[in-house]
Design a protein around this ligand. Structure first.
Ligand code: AHG
Ligand code: MN
Ligand code: MN
Length: 334
């Protein structure tokens, strides 16, 4: 008889929590609930072609983007799974205009705040290309029973955990609590994520650049020069780099994290502030990148985790990935 042995997320979190004296298990409990929501989304994504869940939902989100049915499903799944746990005082989602309050049956509220992009890579849903979910967790800062704006608008350097799921050729869950980055693969036979990529370290320098070059016409000269640098021929520095761009940030990021490289979403004439969302995309992935030995900066070369957010749905330019590659990008930015 074969026995399935391996480290589950719960076991790994419990081990990590021992390094935080006084931890009562709330954090592990909360993460466990979130992982269940992500498994439900993964299940739905995997059979999407069979169910009536592909295509547009007929609605738009706060940012005017057309919502897909799976965007709406993933968003509702996370909210419904997490709002009754007692761990959270509030949530914020890319798909919801304002803060998501916790129902009154938890009048004291919880001590954590959860922000998420429920389904990243919407344009790839219908064509069977990798998509994912991204989240970050902060501690509540305000002293009242309910969450306040200051609890959501915290810079990334205050984050206590971040992670993502990728629904790809396998489903993976990657997270960090500031003690390195750990990757788990969903074993569909038992419905558990098992530790498959402990202590992920991104190569110091990569050989991949990822950017939507269809936007080149809208770039400024700095951006054009930067991308031209990565595609120039210079054997000594490993150039030209290979181009890889899926169009699902989470999947592009995950590939570059493991193989080494840089993902760029620069500002352009159509998106002068950049396209990606600071709170739901840039900050959580910046936390993971740094924990894996990489970097993440904005269009001024500023560390993403040091940006103090002023609005929930704030956008940012993003240069993220291997340490040396982001260092190179910075030379063109500053
Ligand atoms: P979302 O599906 O959550 O709206 O995010 C889409 C984002 C991101 O995943 C991806 O990197 C980027 O949009 C792709 O944008 P372009 O199609 O402009 O390249
Ligand atoms: Mn997204
Ligand atoms: Mn999304």
């Amino acid at each position: 008889m074969t026995t399935r042995l391996g480290t589950t997320i719960t076991k790994k979190i419990m081990e990590e929590q021992r390094q935080f004296p006084g931890a009562k298990g709330d954090f592990s409990g909360m993460l466990y609930e979130l992982v269940v929501a992500l498994k439900v989304i993964a299940y739905e994504v995997n059979k999407a072609g069979l169910m009536n869940i592909l295509g547009q939902a007929g609605t738009t989100n706060i940012q005017g983007e057309i919502q897909q049915k799976l965007d709406v499903f993933a968003n509702t799944t996370i909210i419904h799974k997490m709002d009754h746990t007692g761990y959270l005082c509030g949530m914020a989602s890319e798909e919801v205009d304002d803060y998501i309050p916790i129902p009154d049956r938890h009048p004291q509220g919880g001590k954590y705040v959860l922000l998420f992009d429920p389904l990243d890579g919407s344009s790839n849903i219908d064509v069977n290309v990798s998509i994912g979910s991204i989240f970050s967790i902060f501690k509540k800062k305000s002293t009242g029973p309910k969450c306040a704006a200051e609890d959501f608008l915290q810079p990334g350097n205050q984050m206590i955990a971040a992670g993502y799921a990728v629904y790809g050729s396998s489903t993976m869950f990657v997270y960090s609590t500031g003690l390195g980055v750990h990757g788990f693969t969903l074993d569909p036979g038992v419905g558990e994520f098992i530790l498959s990529h402990p202590n992920i370290k991104s190569p110091k320098k990569g050989g991949i650049y990822s950017v939507n070059e269809g936007n080149r016409i809208f770039w400024d000269d700095k951006t054009k020069k930067m991308v031209d640098y990565f595609v120039s021929d210079d054997k000594a520095t490993g150039r030209p780099y290979s181009s890889r761009y899926i169009g699902s940030l989470v999947a592009d990021f995950h590939r570059n994290l493991t193989k080494g490289g840089i993902f760029m979403y620069p500002p352009d004439k159509r998106s002068p502030q950049g396209k990606l969302r600071l709170m739901y995309e840039a900050i959580p992935l910046a936390f993971i990148a740094e924990q894996a030995g990489g970097q993440a900066v904005d269009a001024t070369g500023k560390r993403i985790l040091d940006i103090v957010p002023t609005a929930l749905h704030q956008r940012t330019a993003l240069y993220i990935g291997s340490n040396d590659d982001v260092e190179t990008a910075k030379k063109f930015l500053v």
